[in-house]
Design a protein around this ligand. Sequence first.
Ligand code: OXD
Length: 306
Amino acid sequence: MSFLIISSQRDPKGWVQALKEKQPDLDLEVYPDVADPSKVEFALSWKHPHGIFKDYPNLKVIASMGAGIDHIIEDPDIPKNIKITRVIDEQLTRDMSVFVLALIMDYIRNLSFHYCSKEWKPTKYLRPEEIQVGIMGMGILGVGVAEKLIRNKFHVTGWSRTKKEILGVTTFHGDNELNNFLSETNVLVCLLPLTSETENILNKQLFEKLPEGAYVINVARGPHLVEEDLLEMIQKGHLSGAALDVFRKEPLPEDHPFWTNDKIRVTPHIASVTNPKTVVPQILDNYRRMQDGKELEKVVDREKEY
Ligand code: OXD
C-alpha cells in the first residue's frame, strides 16, 4: 500500500519532509515517478492533471492539500466511490483572517496609494466603525475572518446558502436575502466554496446591488468572478476598486488588464497557504483510518460540492 503526493504549482518537498518526519516508514511516491500505481490507495493532491486517477485502480481517498477541493472535483473522471477530504486548520484560518484585515486596512487607509504616489499628499481615510464588511460564505474561514474584523471594530454581516447564527454578525441566507445583504455592504469579501451554484456569482447584477463606491475582495476562487464585469463596474465608478488574490488562470497572465488597473490590487494566491507541518497529523490520521477501515474525518459531500 502506498501514499502518493501530487503537487502541481506547489513544491512537494515540504510535504515529503513533514510526512517522513511523522511517519518514517511511510511508503511514499511523488507523482509522476510512481513505481507501481496499483499499490496507491491514498493520494494527497493539489491541482492534479485531470484524468490521471483512472490509472490508480486501488485508489480509495484523495486528500486536498488545502481547504478548497474544487481542484479535485472539477475532474469528471474521478470515480464516485473515491472519498475526498479537505483540510481544516487553525493556522489557515488565522492566516486568512489577517490577510483580509490587511487588505481592508490597505483600502481604508489608502496605503498602496501612498506607497506608489511618491508625493506628499495626505488623503482622507475611513475608520473601521464606518465600514460594513459583508462576507459571502460563512464556513470556517468566513467565521474566522468575521471574528477578526469584529475585534477590530468593523461592522460585519454574513451571507450563506443556509441559515447561520454567529455571535456579533448579522446574517442573511439564500437568494431571497441576498439583496438586503448587499445593499448595505461597503466592502464585499468572497469566501464561498466554488460550486456550480457559486461560479460567476460576482457579476454585474450582483455588483449593481452594492452601494456606489463599494470595494470587492476575492480570496476564494477565480471562477467566482466575472472579470469583465468587475472591470466595467470599476471603470463606471460604481465600484471603487478590488483586491484579488485568486484568478481564473493562475499565474495571472502577464498581459492581463488587472495588472495595470490602478484600482485593482493583485496578489499571487497567498492569502492562506497550507503549512505541511501543521496539517500532516490530520492527513496521516485519515490515512490510518482508511487502513483500519474506519470513518474518515473532513470528508467532502460530493453532492454539495464542498
Ligand atoms: C486552499 C488554497 O484551498 O490555498 O487552501 O486556496
